[in-house]
Design a protein around this ligand. Sequence first.
Ligand SMILES: [Zn+2]
Length: 299
Amino acid sequence: MENYPADQQAFEQLVSSEESCRSFLASIRWPDGFYCPACGNSKGWHIVTDRWECRECGRQTSVTAGTLFQDTRYPLQVWFQAIWYVAGQKYGASALGLQRLLGLGSYQTAWAWLHRLRRAMVCPGREQLSGTVQVDETFWGSEHTGKRGRGAEGKTLVLVGIERRGSQLGRVRLMRIPDAAGDTLIPAIAAMIAPGSVIETDGWPGYRGLSMNGYVHQVLKSEATDDLLPQVHLVASLLKRWLLGTHQGGVQASHLEYYLDEFTFRFNRRTSRSRGLLFRRILENAVQISPIRGKDLRA
Ligand SMILES: [Zn+2]
């Protein structure tokens, strides 16, 4: 088998048995063969269906332990179908669609699954943006675009960073921020963008500290009515359209991060035509993140 299912037929073959799903997940979690999470020893046996045993310390491990799939009551076959569905939805997945596909009893269950999978769209050790990056803030959840500065005033702010390669767009990062003060913006940018990068912003004072923090800061000056930051504004408008269109505006501010993760995943893979590769990427992240309990989803 290839390292990801190439088409629908290959996918159906993969999910035809729980055993084959388990082996596939094991190949992603332990690409160089089993190693023991307790002692790090790399000698072990696959003993029974869902158990590997370490030859050194005797500890038994399942392939799902310590991953997003730990303690799930559902077979991996069902999870794989959910991920395949999500990977195939170009414009975003809906809880209702997932509920229908899997025949889940409740909408709430489908909603919780989708939020877990959105978490798995973020690569835990992902690289920072680099090169030339345009940065700006955008509002969500409010019609008025009032003044910037401290204090949320009922608005949710999202920091947008987009790599600019000439007039082409590179990768995007989105981060919810409480306000647009320098004390907020500089650490947020430091988490998002590699030191030494060129950062383009408008003249907002909150960005003034950038050049003292390891960046080449270019403040774009307004000339007439030209859009100063066309790339970052394009991303902001695509994000808003996606939130309003795909989710009919039904996105609560408290859950915004999940949707930002999904948008980022889809945007950064917008040229990828391979559903199987997206499916594999989500699984690669899922084996690296901890289980998410239902109560932790309801912020
Ligand atoms: Zn061990």
